[in-house]
Structures are given as structure tokens and as C-alpha cells.
Design a binder for this molecule. Sequence first.
Ligand code: HEM
Length: 396
Amino acid sequence: MTDSATACPVQPRSDDRKSAALADSAARPQPGFAPVTSFAFARDIMRSPAVRQGMEADYFADKDPGRTPVIFLDGELHKKRRAQLARYFTPKAIKDRHQLVMERTTAELMAQLRRNGRGRLDVLSLRLACDVAAEIVGLTNTDASAMSSRLRKKFRASSRGKRSGLLGKLGRLEDVARTLWFFRRDVLPAIRHRQTQDMDDVISFLVREGYSDQEILVECMTYATAGMITTREFIVMVAWQLLEKEDLRRQFLEGGEEVQFAILDEILRIDPVAAYLYRRADQDMTSSDGRQVKAGERFLVDIRNINLDEAAAGECPLAIDPERSKREKMPSNWMSFGDGPHRCPGAQVALHETRVFIDALLRLPGIRLAVPPTLGWLEEINGYELHGAIVECDRA
Ligand code: HEM
């Protein structure tokens, strides 16, 4: 897949993207889906009731739709499930519940950094993302740090499993073993606890709905991938950009929350964690500019290029410009969290936790990026992975 936007005519070298070259060489979208790169058309597709989730979900084809993870559902059942889950993602839930977890874990991680004088960004950010998502999901009956480490190893094995040959086979075996280990150590204790006590979280809800242990594991893995891994990568990307760009860092530290969120949204616009989504039309539809879509057409919603569409983003689309969405009167999240019925319910959670963590990190005395991250590609999220970055600060 290629990034089609051209360099900025005003500042010809202002391409602030970090993951574009990798995406060009590593992204392997499924064939047979027509790429969509226009923001307006993508929005029509994503919002249309005639269009369905296009991801292949063979595993769920012969399963009870009432027990299918939300991301693979469509229509009325999906709408009902989203309404049932909405309470865990409201601004009030963020303020009253999740913000506490964000601040507590961030304080613990910053104290750890100050003690050691250095730390690995992806390990720190996964721990935060795990703690926050775990509280929403209800994976709170085991040690948070140990669970984060178990999940990190599980996802590493899953990446290895994508290789060909013997190494790939071993990776897949390890992936299964580590998933079962996560199930035994973290998921089962959480389920058993909630069978006797309702905790007002996703697992409590699934227990009430009569999901089996295995079905709950599948839903937990959806949240682990959709909520934990994505946020881990986003936090590292933001830290990398802001530790490198002094002006932007100053703007972030001196700005209020509104400025900080605008900077996060811009970083995510040019380097969206999820590069693309799949959709298929179930019925004929007409887009807002009169284009006819026929039932059966399949689309690759190319978020990377949609976010760079000059018709929506305005000039110099490759540059980070926190004023952009306001100036262009566009939604601040662009297409980075999707749109329509499947739009990410965790978008505000992810932005809040990233803001809390990055603000604390950048205020540590002597904070610097000692080793920049290595880029890799993660099929689970159709997006980049940033591993191995090391930050250093003055020791307390
Ligand atoms: C920067 C971080 C994140 C990014 C970039 C991201 C991105 C996305 C995108 C693009 C989708 C749409 C998928 C589709 O239309 O097929 C999505 C869906 C979803 N996300 Fe996120 N996400 C993030 C964080 C989170 C968090 C923190 C949670 C929960 C704790 C979460 C939970 C979900 C769920 C459950 C869905 C499926 C919703 C549905 O299909 O109705 N995400 N995410």
C-alpha cells in the first residue's frame, strides 16, 4: 500500500510521519477489497446501514451470534451489544473510575523510572494500557504487572507464529500455550469471582449473559488486542515524536488539556495505529456525492491515506498541525478510531490515558530518548509495532 499524499508545497520537507515507509513495505491487506482513500467516501461507507464489517471471521461462522465478540457482529444485535457496553466508556466512567487507574499506574511507573534512571517504553506503556483495559474488562483478580508480562509474551509468540517454516510452527505452539496460561492465571479467577459477585464490568456482563469460559476468553482477547496493544503502540509513538520535537514538546507541556488532545490527535492522524479496516456492502447504496455502490462490493478502508486526504485535512497533510481539525472543521479523531457503528468505544479512554502518561513522562527531570524504537508490523491490529525504545531520566 502506498501513501499517496504529496509533500507540502509550503514546507517541502515537512513529512512528520514515522511509520509510512514501514507501512508501504510491510502492510499486506487481503486481496479483493477496493481501496478507499477519500475521507468523505470512507465516512459514507462506514456509517451506512447497508455496509457490514468486512473482516473474515470464519471461526465464528458456525457459532451462536449471541456469543460472538462485538467487533464481528452487525445490525440489531451489534447495536444492542454496543448499547449494553456503552456504560463502561462514558465520560463519567472515565472521570469516576478509569482516571484513577490511569493516575495510579502512571505514578507507579514514573517512580520506577526515577529509581532506575531508565526504562523500556513499550513495557511501561503496555503496563498502563493493560491496567486501564483490565479494569474495564474485569481482569482484576491477579497481579497487574504479572498479567501485563504474560500478555506481552503471548503477543510476541503470536508475532513469531506469523513466520514461515519451523520457527513459525514453534511460535504458533507457544502462542497457544501462552493463551492457555493467560486463561488459567487471569481469566478464570476473574470469571469465578464474578459468578458470585457482580463487579459492573465486561466479564460480569458476559457471565450474566451466560457466556461459557471459552467465549469469555475470546472476548478478553478482543479487548487485549483492540484496547491494550493499540494503546501501547500509540503511547510509544507519541513519546517518540514529542521527545524528538522540542517545539511540539513545549507546546504540549505549556498547553491545557485541549491543546494536548489536539497534539495527540494529530500524531495519530499521520501515524494511525490501525492502518486499515475491511467493509462489504450488503445492499446497494448511494454515497453523498452520488456514487453507486452495489451489494457485494468489498472495501479496504485505508485509514493512513484517508487521514491525509487534502480535501479533508487541508494543505501540508503530512505535517503535525494541532490547529488543523479546528481550522478545517473536521472531527478531531479523523478516521483513526474508525467511524459508524463499529467506531472504537475506547477512543476517549485511549486518549486520556496517553495524555496522563505522556504529561508525567515529559515532566521527569532530565527525560530523554536514549534508544529510539525499532519498527515492526503487527497483523493482529493491521498496524505498526514500536519495540525496544529506552528512555532515561535523572535518578531520584
Ligand atoms: C490508540 C488506541 C486505539 C486505537 C487506535 C483503536 C482503534 C480502533 C478502531 C480503528 C476500531 C474500529 C474497528 C472496525 O471498525 O472494524 C476499534 C474498535 C474497537 N476498539 Fe479500539 N482502539 C484503541 C483503543 C481501544 C481501547 C482502549 C479499548 C477498550 C479498552 C478499545 C476497544 C475496542 C473495541 C471493543 C472495538 C470494537 C467495537 C465494535 O466493533 O463495535 N479500543 N478500535
